[in-house]
Design a protein around this ligand. Structure first.
Ligand SMILES: [Zn+2]
Length: 82
């Protein structure tokens, strides 16, 4: 299975880092993938094929959504009149 990752995505690895963390943020794409440990800040460079076998999950970078609460006015809370 090919990895579909972008810079900023967070990868959950099957194996934890010695620091106890298993989340890594992608910082560089290419023949090698650069990523930074989300806990200790360690930066590593891994071959894509190597990474594909060790990634458990890809967590896409959180999209900057405007937040529905800022746009919708009051009156949307169900059961408020009760
Ligand atoms: Zn670490």
């Amino acid at each position: 299975m090919a990895l579909d990752i972008k810079v900023g995505d967070v990868l959950r690895m099957k194996k934890t880092h010695p620091c106890g963390n298993n989340l890594w943020q992608v910082s560089r794409l290419g023949a090698d993938i650069g990523m930074t440990c989300q806990k200790c800040g360690r930066h590593v460079l891994l071959a894509r094929s190597y990474l594909e076998r060790r990634v458990k999950d890809v967590i896409p970078r959180p999209a900057r959504n405007p937040g529905p609460e800022s746009e919708s006015g009051p009156g949307l809370i169900p059961g408020q009149e009760l």
